[in-house]
Design a binder for this molecule. Structure first.
Ligand code: SF4
Length: 335
């Protein structure tokens, strides 16, 4: 079920725009659908009143809590059951943040990510993406939403943008607190600035070498890092908030002196933050985590050279959360 299906159904039941507005707002804020002052002020048609319990049930069945795994580091993984029985995960993070999934599986196939190993199973609908936020709000307040769970949002662009528009309007979430996390995609760069709600962008860069990037992110669009940064910079200047570049630090792969110098050439003077994230080692994958000391030295060098760099600690790591290596640090993006 898409958000557009819900709206169409309401329309068929005789709902006016004000009824649609109040009903969706109630859903997004975990209130009974037919409650509130607006609803009393503009009494809905009888057919809509009669259908409300059924609509409420259908919306609830979009995501149901299957299990909850509380991590020691404040990340709480929610495994949610969708209406077709598939399981998807969201992660509750500190500072009223939530990380949501946008696809079941992922087609990008990043070599260092377990989600990528399974490939893409199916897209999540716009309503399923929003329903993850509604379910999390039934557990606690959510003010920041990071699209960094399972999946690549740019590969499910229209559904993700529909969800973002609703969350940034009736959902009451600040536009820069909606964070679209992507490997980068030309269509995405065209579409994001056109939306009524323009999210912040976190871009998974990982290396300055086009050849290495191709290896590490085999199914990502063929855009070299120079062009990626140009496109991102344009977006950052349009929306007025910086790009968060993500750099999963892999020992012996993207931690060389040459990479550091190329990062300076690429990002110095850009409206950006570089997040260095030491790799979270997984026994079944062959990548190694560099020492924290080395990561600190790199971050310090980059800051001295004028590239605003943060070394990110992990949240959600011990609950084996989400989009490979990145989700664990998603909350840091909404500081
Ligand atoms: S790291 Fe993210 S984009 Fe890459 S394969 Fe995993 S889920 Fe997909």
């Amino acid at each position: 079920m898409q958000l557009s299906d819900i709206k169409q159904r309401l329309h068929k039941l005789g709902a006016k725009p004000c009824h649609e507005h109040y009903l969706l707002q109630n859903w997004l804020h975990v209130q009974p659908l037919g409650s509130g002052r607006g609803w009393k002020k503009y009494p809905p048609p009888k057919a809509l009143c009669t259908a409300l319990p059924e609509i409420e049930k259908e919306l609830q069945s979009l995501t149901q809590l299957h299990s909850k795994n509380v991590g020691e580091d404040e990340g709480t993984r929610l495994l949610l059951k969708l209406a077709d029985g598939q399981l998807v995960e969201s992660v509750l993070l500190p500072r009223k943040s939530l990380c949501v999934s946008t696809q079941l599986g992922c087609a990008v196939g990043c070599l260092f990510c377990m989600t990528g190993k399974e490939g893409l199973l199916r897209q999540l609908s716009s309503a399923e993406i929003v329903a993850q936020v509604v379910l999390a709000r039934s557990l606690r307040e959510v003010r920041n939403v990071v699209f960094m769970g399972m999946g690549e949002p740019a590969h499910n662009l229209e559904n993700v943008l529909d969800a973002i528009e609703l969350l940034g309007t009736l959902g009451g979430i600040g536009h820069k607190n909606l964070i679209f996390s992507s490997v980068g995609d030309r269509q995405m760069f065209k579409r994001l600035p056109l939306g009524r709600v323009k999210p912040a962008l976190a871009l998974s860069l990982h290396t300055t070498s086009a050849k290495m990037r191709r290896k590490l992110l085999p199914q990502s669009p063929d855009i070299n890092p120079i062009e990626l940064v140009e496109l991102s910079e344009e977006y950052a200047r349009t929306v007025g908030y910086p790009i968060q570049y993500q750099w999963t630090l892999l020992k012996g792969i993207n931690d060389s002196r040459e990479e550091l110098e190329n990062i300076v050439k690429l990002l110095k003077g850009k409206y950006a933050i570089l997040n260095i994230i030491p790799y979270n080692q997984i026994s079944s994958l062959n990548f190694k985590r560099p020492s924290w000391g080395q990561a600190e030295m790199m971050a310090s060098y980059l800051n001295q050279q004028g590239v605003f760099t943060k070394l990110r600690n992990s949240v959600g790591q011990d609950v084996d959360a989400g989009c490979g290596q990145l989700l664990a640090r998603a909350v840091e993006l909404v500081e």
